[in-house]
Write a protein that binds this ligand. Structure first.
Ligand code: 5RP
Length: 232
């Protein structure tokens, strides 16, 4: 993880930002760097509006002076700029390390373009080293956890490991902005992300999982001295 690389990626994302746009504002440390830079541009006269993907991003955006729109009063989102936990060669993503993937996915899906900004450590040949976050309803979460295990096994994950995410104290469950739990699913490798997507969506207790398939069209990889822009 490199702040320098993240900063290069965030700066390069401005090639996709135009005057008058409504922007989806992602969550996490890389998106945070972008939001801070965006705030500076707004203070220097750029006219954009933001739609935040988390309470944390909303607080930061307000602090740095970005005008925000209520998600239910948005007609069109031109571009969403967000980070990721893993990115493969087909621009399939794992997100949700910060537990915000439900709102991130909702906003990205409502956007004309999703631009992903990452440092080099996020690039993988096969998704799955990073545990897949799955947001679940707290009601019956143990049942859902067993069903997720079975669904992952059926989708070809050899030894899934499903763990309830806890807060920093290690005791209480982590609660998402939407009031749900997160189950972090160790996979090792995800041989068929689409099969996992279908299997998890079939479970009633699953609110949303962190696989983003067919969503990102641009991935910007921050390197030590520059950013590499890849487009699908
Ligand atoms: C939050 C996310 C983040 O985008 C992801 O965790 C990457 O974060 P960072 O830029 O801090 O590495 O999906 O739910």
């Amino acid at each position: 993880m490199s702040d320098r690389q993240k900063t290069h990626a965030a700066a390069a994302a401005f090639d996709y930002v135009e005057e008058g746009m409504t922007l989806g504002l992602g969550s996490g440390s890389t998106a945070e760097i972008f939001v801070r830079m965006l705030g500076e541009r707004v203070r220097n006269g750029l006219n954009i509006k933001g739609v935040p993907t988390s309470d944390q991003t909303a607080d930061l955006a307000r602090d740095v002076g970005i005008p925000l729109l209520d998600v239910d009063h948005v007609d069109q989102i031109a571009v969403t700029i967000d980070g990721a936990d893993e990115v493969d060669g087909r621009f399939q993503l794992i997100k949700g390390g910060g537990g915000r993937h439900l709102r991130e996915k909702l906003i990205a899906r409502a956007s004309d373009l999703m631009v992903v900004i990452v440092d080099e450590s996020k690039l993988v040949s096969t998704l799955g080293q990073f545990p897949l976050p799955v947001e679940v309803d707290p009601f019956g979460f143990s049942i859902t956890a067993r069903q997720i295990y079975q669904a992952l096994s059926k989708a070809g994950v050899s030894k899934p490991d499903v763990q309830l995410r806890r807060k920093g104290d290690g005791l209480d469950p982590f609660i998402t902005d939407g009031g749900n739990y997160i189950l972090d699913c160790g996979c090792g490798e995800i041989p068929d992300a689409s099969a996992v997507d279908v299997g998890l969506k079939d479970l009633p207790g699953v609110v949303e999982h962190g696989l983003f398939l067919n969503m990102a069209r641009v991935v910007i990889v921050g390197e030590d001295h520059q950013a590499r822009v890849m487009e699908l």
